[in-house]
Write a protein that binds this ligand. Structure first.
Ligand SMILES: Cc1cc2nc3c(=O)[nH]c(=O)nc-3n(C[C@H](O)[C@H](O)[C@H](O)COP(=O)(O)O)c2cc1C
Length: 172
């Protein structure tokens, strides 16, 4: 619970690689999420290469700048071939769940992260697809940038800015 409540977007990172064990935990969290009819209709490209992180940033719009200083970037893709045949669009839900799981796992490890929107901005989708030579059935969904927070106070305290007004009980 504490990781959920401490989480916030962290966009500036120390110039320090993540440990392999930490990356493994983050990726295990990704594939631990539920998927529609257990389709596991995702795939992930785990990027630690600085040149590739910069190329991903080049192709994902100005808001993707945090990737340039990140220790890790993960491109979440939807696997359209594996998606639930009667309602393929669930691939988007499944990718989002995997992404949030990664973020919560990273927070628990003291690793900062920020979600970088890709799908449904199709220019970004096509550009990432080309960069990674993805097969046709793979659809870039989102990128998440990770790194140890530059600000040592980040992720230390639970937040208190919850918007409870969005919650309705039993009816609108
Ligand atoms: C679908 C989605 C796309 C996002 N895209 C970006 C982005 O491109 N660049 C960025 O810096 N933050 C991005 N964010 C992070 C949001 O700006 C952030 O979650 C929001 O401002 C709330 O702040 P918090 O995460 O600290 O609670 C994105 C978040 C989501 C869920």
């Amino acid at each position: 619970m504490s990781a959920i409540f401490k989480r916030k977007s962290v966009r500036r990172y120390l110039d320090k690689p993540l440990k392999k064990e930490e990356i493994d935990i983050i990726m295990k969290a990704a594939v631990s999420g539920p998927t529609c009819v257990n389709s596991k209709d995702w795939s992930f490209i785990v990027v630690t290469d600085k040149k590739m992180l910069n190329k991903m940033a080049d192709l994902n719009g100005k808001p993707a700048e945090p990737l340039r200083g990140a220790a890790l970037g993960v491109l979440i893709c939807g696997d359209y071939d594996k998606a639930f045949m009667y309602a393929k669009d669930y691939w988007v839900v499944d990718g989002a769940i995997a992404g949030e799981n990664m973020i919560i796992a990273a927070t628990e490890l003291g690793i900062g992260s920020v979600w970088l929107g890709t799908w449904p901005q199709m220019d970004r989708v096509e550009a990432q697809k080309k960069l990674f030579n993805l097969p046709d059935n793979q659809i870039p969904h989102s990128i998440i940038a990770f790194g140890y927070p530059e600000d040592p106070n980040d992720l230390k305290e639970e937040r208190n800015d919850y918007d409870m007004s969005a919650i309705h009980y039993n009816n609108w």
